[in-house]
Design a protein around this ligand. Structure first.
Ligand code: MEV
Length: 308
């Protein structure tokens, strides 16, 4: 399923904490069918690509790697498979499409061969696929897209996040693709060039995420909103926002959001905005559509909790 990072994107790569939630109504599914001839080349049907797995575009690298690591784990490397993925949410928008697709494909391959795996093994395999495809992922996406509950993540490991928030989170898609690989690489280069300056921004983002975990526990909507605004400003200073994301967070605040920030890798992708009521959330979502958002979703953590 999709995920949304509430706080801590980018700084999480440097060992700071992050908080993220799975979006249970935005699904990613994968089906795997062994080819009639075992030695036949594998095929992939994913997003706009229908063709040989080996020739899939770079954008689908995590799915390609997921097939490789899962068939290796299952003891059937180099076996012909027909792999199909289906998603309710767009790729390259900071919603975890790459990790969600890798995780779903790995599970489907293991199911096809009747090979069991523990949640830790599934996480490790997803991380392996993501690492080959994307460089140095923190593991936050791999964990949250496979999680049933909100996640507090730090140093490669997650714990359940105690969340008692009565508020609505509007997610709005800028419609522009973002490349996490690119923004993570740019932050890395910035950090190598100016460790003190960039390190200070990452420290502040980490401190905000740590404080936000406590606000989520106590349900302090005003404090969370303020932290969202601060985090967005710092992410912009880090160089991972863009005009569209700045305009959308501004439009959300003008429409009454308590706070707003970009979410995920940035420079394209989505923003999130915090609302006190369902009516506020609907109005903010409408304003974001007017401001050019290509899609909006509303997530209410307290209502998710009540769901079976
Ligand atoms: C991407 O969804 C989140 C980043 O923090 C990268 C990562 O955690 O690997 C930008």
């Amino acid at each position: 399923m999709a995920k949304v990072i509430l706080f801590g994107e980018h700084s999480v790569v440097y060992g700071h904490p992050a908080v993220a939630v799975p979006l249970h109504n935005l699904h990613m599914t994968a089906t795997v069918r062994p080819a009639a001839v075992v030695t036949a080349p594998s095929t992939l049907n994913c997003l706009d690509w229908h063709g040989p797995l080996d020739a899939a575009p770079a954008q689908l690298a995590s799915v390609v790697e997921a097939v490789k690591v899962a068939t290796g784990f299952a003891g059937h490397p180099d076996t012909g498979l027909h792999v199909t993925t289906q998603a309710d949410f767009p790729p390259e928008r900071g919603l975890g499409s790459s990790a969600a697709a890798a995780g779903a494909v790995i599970q489907a391959v293991l199911d096809a061969y009747g090979v069991p795996a523990s949640p830790q093994q599934l996480f490790d395999l997803t991380q392996e696929a993501e690492r080959i495809a994307h460089g140095h992922p923190s593991g936050l996406d791999a964990l949250t897209t496979a999680s049933l509950a909100p996640v507090y993540f730090r140093d490669g490991a997650g714990t359940a996040l105690d969340m008692n928030l009565t508020a609505w989170i509007v997610i709005a898609d800028s419609g522009a693709q973002g490349s996490t690989r690119e923004t993570v690489g740019d932050v890395r280069r910035g950090y190598e060039t100016s460790p003190e300056q960039v390190g200070a921004l990452l420290d502040q983002l980490g401190a905000i995420a740590e404080g936000a975990a406590e606000d989520l526990r106590t349900g302090d909507v005003s404090a969370l909103g303020e932290k969202m605004n601060d985090a967005h400003r710092l992410l912009a200073e880090l160089g991972v926002s863009d005009d569209r994301l700045d305009a959308m967070t501004g439009a959300a605040r003008d429409a009454g959001a308590v706070g707003a920030k970009l979410t995920g890798g940035g420079r394209g992708g989505c923003i999130i905005a915090l609302a006190r009521t369902g009516d506020d959330a609907a109005r903010i979502a409408g304003s974001l559509t007017d401001a050019g958002a290509s899609g909006t979703w509303i997530y209410a953590p307290h209502l998710e909790k009540a769901a079976p």
